[in-house]
Design a protein around this ligand. Structure first.
Ligand SMILES: O=C(O)C(=O)C[C@]1(C(=O)O)C=C[C@@H](O)C=C1
Length: 256
C-alpha cells in the first residue's frame, strides 16, 4: 500500500485485491497437498504434549509473537489473530502518513476467520486423514494461508476509506444513523463480485494445472490441484462477505 494519500483510488485498491488472489490460491494449493490432519486443531488428549491449547494454536501464537517483535503488526494491513499480550516491536514504526481512521485498529474479524477456516473450509477442501509426520508443515501452510486471507479481508478497511472519501455525502447520513444494512447495500457492487468469482475460478484452473512436457497433453483429462468451483465458492460465501463486514464495521466507526 502506497503511503501517498493522493494515489489512493478504488482502482488501485482493487488491483491489490486482484494480486492477493494469486497469493491465496497458491497458499491454498500448498495447504491441500496435506490431508485434514484434524488432530492438529484439537485439545491434546495426551499429557505428554506439554501445551495448553491445540498444537496449531500454540504454533500460530508463537509465530505471531515472533513476527510482532520484528514489526509485522505495525503495518495497518496486518491484523493479529492473538492480539492479547503480543510482544512489542523491536523496530520503530515508520513515519509513513496514516491512510485509515484511527478506529481501524479496533476492527478485527480474525476470530471469525479462524473459526470458519477450521470448521468449514478445511473439511471442504481437504481429504479426511491424519499424517502425524506432516503436522508441523501443515500448520505452517495454515498460518501462511490464514494470514493471506486475513490481509485480504481486512483490506476492506482501505476499500471503505476510499468509498467514504469518494462519496462522503452518501455515506455520512447512514453512518450517523448507524444503519448497517443501508451501508452494506451502498458498498456492494454485484457486477464486481461476479467478476471476482469468475476470475478466481480461472486462476485456479491456470495455477492448478499439471505442467508436463508431453506433446499429447491436450488429449488427457485435465486434473486441477484445487477445484476451481470451490475457489469461486470460497470467495462468494466467505471472503467477500467477510470483507464487506469489515467495510461496514470500519464505516460505522469512521466519524468517531
Ligand atoms: O471492490 C469493491 O468495491 C469491494 O468492496 C470489494 C468486494 C470484494 O470483496 O471483492 C466487496 C464488495 C463489493 O460488492 C465488491 C467487491
Amino acid at each position: 500500500m502506497s503511503s501517498d494519500n493522493n494515489k489512493l483510488s478504488l482502482d488501485s485498491i482493487r488491483d491489490s485485491l486482484i494480486r492477493q488472489e494469486d497469493t491465496i490460491i497458491f497458499n491454498l494449493i500448498e495447504r491441500i497437498k496435506y490431508p485434514l490432519n484434524s488432530t492438529l486443531y484439537k485439545q491434546p488428549s495426551s499429557s505428554s504434549w506439554n501445551i495448553s491449547g491445540s498444537l496449531f494454536h500454540c504454533l500460530f501464537q508463537e509465530t505471531e509473537a515472533l513476527q510482532s517483535k520484528v514489526g509485522r503488526y505495525l503495518s495497518p494491513e496486518e491484523n493479529p489473530f492473538f492480539p492479547d499480550n503480543l510482544p512489542a516491536s523491536i523496530i520503530p514504526p515508520s513515519k509513513s502518513t496514516h491512510i485509515l481512521h484511527p478506529a481501524a485498529e479496533s476492527v478485527n474479524v480474525n476470530e471469525k476467520i479462524l473459526d470458519v477456516y477450521i470448521k468449514q473450509l478445511l473439511p471442504l477442501f481437504c481429504t479426511e486423514a491424519d499424517e502425524e509426520g506432516n503436522f508441523a508443515t501443515t500448520a505452517s501452510c495454515d498460518i501462511q494461508l490464514l494470514q493471506a486471507l486475513s490481509r485480504r479481508i481486512h483490506y476492506g478497511k482501505f476499500v471503505a476509506e476510499v468509498k467514504f472519501r469518494d462519496c462522503t455525502d452518501q455515506y455520512k447520513p447512514l453512518i450517523l444513523a448507524k444503519d448497517s444494512d443501508a451501508l452494506m447495500k451502498l458498498l456492494t457492487f454485484e457486477a464486481v463480485e461476479e467478476m471476482v468469482k469468475k476470475r478466481v475460478a480461472k486462476k485456479a484452473m491456470t495455477f492448478g494445472q499439471q505442467v508436463t512436457l508431453n506433446i499429447d497433453d491436450s488429449t488427457k483429462e485435465v486434473k486441477y490441484k484445487v477445484d476451481p468451483s470451490l475457489v469461486s465458492r470460497l470467495y462468494d460465501e466467505w471472503i467477500m462477505p467477510l470483507t464487506k463486514l469489515v467495510e461496514v464495521e470500519y464505516l460505522l466507526r469512521r466519524l468517531d
